[in-house]
Design a protein around this ligand. Structure first.
Ligand SMILES: [Zn+2]
Length: 464
């Protein structure tokens, strides 16, 4: 899941409003995209393995040898399979480029949606369906790119690899972690491109900026739990598990973690400030120059996404308490979802939560979760030049901005394992974040096709 930064900005370039009929090559891509979206890959009722098999069949049909297609399914997780595909390069000594993606999607309940979430629908210039934005569009771009390269007989200098995995959206089994620990050589690469760093457009479809992520916050779920002997509700006592937990949660809710920065978060504010203008733009510029400027930080903090780029955040997301209408609660528990800033440990955050609540009866445990994401990979010329050149040609005047990912991706497994992983999607999302993880997820049709063209150009440049 990737998160999306909100701001209203001066427009730079508009998307075509009229519906376009796809070019022949786009129609082939659309077909792959449709098949992926219509393959349910939720943890509860779907199968990433089926999606991986279907994508493998696509690549085989395009000419890939069986030896270059690796379906990786563990017996303990038969529906959470992955696909690794390899397009060998001419120079066996040149390190590979890896295209990373996840096949799984966040749960989508049919009864909550106005449309079937697993039907791919094109309407009014949008593609609708669960995963259209996160991230079956980019996964389909990767599959389609490999298939096209193979069919075209494109023989790159470097090897191109693709890994599509399961479990990114918070499942206990994470396919990227599994590849890193069990199939490290197979996915070895000089660097990887992954989801994240989307483009951002305003309500009228005008492009504001194109993001590239380096580095990310680490999500950790803390379980807070209070137990109590309970009893009959006709004889209530003041020591109540629900009240104790609620009192602790309110203290967490009132707290703001201290301000922190990374090179990419400061770079983001420095690049965005002048174009945005106004009080928010001035605050960005001031904060980029001096992160100790508390007034600037306070202004930025009024925007939830900018706030998240400046500090660790923790928020209560689930409650589970009591066992009967007429009984005193014997147990009250909450999930507190924290997004930990690079450089801060989960132990520090846990200790802070305990200190804030000031109640030793509230027990805190952290889930295993992701490993700390490691330091942010550098945005070198080798990474940036092809992106800047392709973006300037297509979208002159639209800034390419470095970003600290405030969500979390599987980059948090690859980067610490020695495969620097950048979030680069080049798909411009809506001001509402294209409803990632939400109802009626959607992506603008033109944004997908243009993003696909740009990614193809950038990847080709990397492979030279
Ligand atoms: Zn995602």
């Amino acid at each position: 899941m990737r998160v999306f930064l909100g701001a209203a900005m001066a427009a730079l370039l508009a998307f075509p409003a009229a519906a376009q009929s796809p070019r022949p090559d786009q129609a082939q891509f659309r077909d792959i995209y449709k098949e992926l979206v219509e393959t349910n890959t939720t943890l509860s009722s779907g199968s990433c393995t089926l999606a991986a098999q279907r994508m493998a069949a696509r690549l085989k049909a395009a000419g890939f040898a069986d030896t270059d297609l690796h379906l990786i399914v563990t017996p303990a997780n038969p529906k959470e399979g992955a696909l690794v595909a390899v397009l060998p390069g001419r120079n066996p000594h040149a390190k590979a480029v890896l295209l990373l993606g996840h096949l799984d999607v966040v749960e989508a309940r049919r009864e909550d949606w106005t449309r079937d979430p697993f039907r791919f629908i094109e309407e009014d210039g949008y593609f609708y369906g669960r995963g259209t934005a996160d991230m079956k569009g980019q996964a389909a771009i990767w599959v389609d790119m490999l298939a096209r390269f193979k069919k075209e007989g494109f023989a790159p200098r470097r090897t191109l690899k693709m890994a599509l995995t399961c479990g990114e959206e918070g499942a206990p089994f994470n396919g990227a972690r599994h590849l890193v620990s069990e199939h490290r050589a197979l996915i070895d690469a000089e660097f990887a491109l992954n989801e994240g760093g989307w483009g951002r457009m305003d309500e009228s479809g005008k492009r504001i900026y194109l993001g590239i992520n380096s580095g990310e916050k680490t999500p950790v779920n803390f379980r807070l739990e209070v137990t109590n002997p309970g009893g009959h509700s006709m004889r209530p006592v003041k020591d109540n598990a629900i009240y104790r937990l609620a009192a602790g949660l309110l203290k967490i809710g009132a707290y703001d973690f201290p301000i922190q920065t990374t090179e990419s978060s400061r770079g983001f504010f420095a690049k965005m400030g002048p174009g945005l203008g106004g009080a928010m733009g001035a605050a960005m510029t001031a904060f980029a120059k001096n992160p100790q400027d508390m007034q600037a930080a306070a202004t930025l903090a009024t925007d939830p996404a900018y706030n998240a780029m400046m500090r660790t955040t923790c928020v209560a997301t689930l409650l589970d308490a009591g066992h009967a209408n007429n009984a005193l609660p014997q147990r009250a528990a909450a999930n507190v979802n924290c997004r930990i800033f690079p450089g801060t440990t989960r132990e520090q955050v846990s200790a802070k939560l305990q200190e804030l609540m000031g109640d030793p009866e509230i027990k805190i445990t952290a889930n295993a979760g992701r490993s700390p994401g490691g330091s942010a990979p550098p945005l070198t010329d080798a990474i940036m030049k092809p992106i800047l050149a392709a973006a300037a040609k297509r979208w002159p005047g639209v800034p390419v901005v470095p970003m600290l990912e405030i969500g979390a991706t599987d980059a948090s497994y690859l980067t610490p394992a020695g495969i620097p992983t950048y979030g680069f999607t080049s798909i411009f999302f809506e001001p509402d974040g294209s409803r990632l993880h939400g109802l009626t997820e959607r992506v603008r049709v033109s944004a997908i096709y243009e993003g696909r063209d740009l990614l193809t150009e950038v990847v080709k440049a990397y492979l030279k």
